[in-house]
Design a protein around this ligand. Structure first.
Ligand code: MFK
Length: 187
C-alpha cells in the first residue's frame, strides 16, 4: 500500500477555527494510505448487503438514507434529504440527525481505507440551521492514519454541493477486527 503525506485540513470559510481538536488531529508522521485492493471490494459487497443501517439503509423507514455519490481517493461524497421525522425545532433538522449524517459520511471515508473501523470520537460544529426538505451534500476525507487510528474530517452543505457549510465534523475512527461486529450482534 502506498502512502502520501497528511494533507492540511480544509480552510475555514466562516473564519471560525476548524472542527478538529487535539484528539481528532493526526499526529506528526501520520499518513493517508491510498485506498486499494480486494479488501475494499470485499467490504463494499458486505456493506451493500446491509440495508438496515440507520444512516444509509433502505429498510430503515425513518433513517437518513444517505446515498453515496462519489469516491475519489479517501474522499467520499453523499447526500440525503431532511424529512419531517428528522426535525428538532419545528421545521429544522435536529442536530443529532446532522451529527449522524456526518458519522455516516466520515465512516464511509474510513471504510474506503480497506479496513473495518468504528467511530471512537465525533466532534461537530453546527454552522447554519437546516430546513426540513433540504438536501444536505456530504463530503468526508481522511487526514491521517496512525496505527489503528484513522483521522477524518467532513462537511455538510446546503443549497448545492458548493453551497454554504451547515455542519462540519472531525472524528477519530478505530480499526476493529471482524469479530467486533459478531460480538455486538450476539450480545
Ligand atoms: C460504506 C459503509 C459506511 C459505513 C458507515 C458507518 C458509519 C457509522 C459508524 C459508527 O457509528 S460505529 C458505532 C459507534 N461506535 C461504537 O460503537 C464504538 C464503541 N467503542 C468501542 O467499541 C471501543 O471503545 C473501541 C473499539 C473504539 C476502542 O476499544 P479497544 O479496546 O479496541 O481499543 P482501546 O480502548 O485500547 O483504544 C485504542 C486506541 O484508541 C484510543 N481511543 C479509543 N477511543 C477513543 C476516543 N473516544 N477518543 C480518543 N482516543 C480514543 C485509545 O486511547 C487508544 O490509543 P493508544 O493506542 O494511543 O493508547
Amino acid at each position: 500500500m502506498t502512502a502520501r503525506s497528511t494533507g492540511s485540513p480544509s480552510g475555514s470559510p466562516s473564519g471560525r477555527p476548524g472542527p478538529a481538536s487535539s484528539r481528532t488531529t493526526p499526529p506528526p508522521g501520520a499518513t493517508v494510505p491510498e485506498p486499494s485492493g480486494p479488501d475494499r471490494r470485499d467490504l463494499d459487497l458486505k456493506l451493500a448487503d446491509y440495508d438496515g443501517c440507520f444512516g444509509c439503509g433502505d429498510q430503515s423507514s425513518d433513517g437518513l438514507r444517505v446515498k453515496q455519490t462519489g469516491i475519489t481517493g479517501t474522499e467520499v461524497t453523499g447526500e440525503f434529504t431532511v424529512l419531517e421525522a428528522h426535525q428538532g425545532a419545528p421545521g429544522l433538522a435536529h442536530g443529532g440527525v446532522l451529527a449522524t449524517a456526518m458519522d455516516e459520511s466520515l465512516g464511509s471515508s474510513a471504510w474506503v481505507l480497506g479496513k473495518r473501523y468504528v467511530t471512537g470520537r465525533l466532534e461537530t460544529d453546527f454552522m447554519a440551521p437546516v430546513p426540513v426538505g433540504s438536501t444536505v451534500y456530504l463530503r468526508s476525507w481522511c487526514t491521517g492514519v496512525d496505527g489503528r487510528k484513522a483521522y477524518l474530517q467532513g462537511e455538510g452543505r446546503i443549497g448545492g454541493p458548493d453551497g454554504p457549510i451547515a455542519v462540519r465534523a472531525a472524528a477519530l475512527f478505530i480499526e476493529v477486527p471482524e469479530e467486533h461486529f459478531s460480538r455486538e450482534r450476539e450480545g
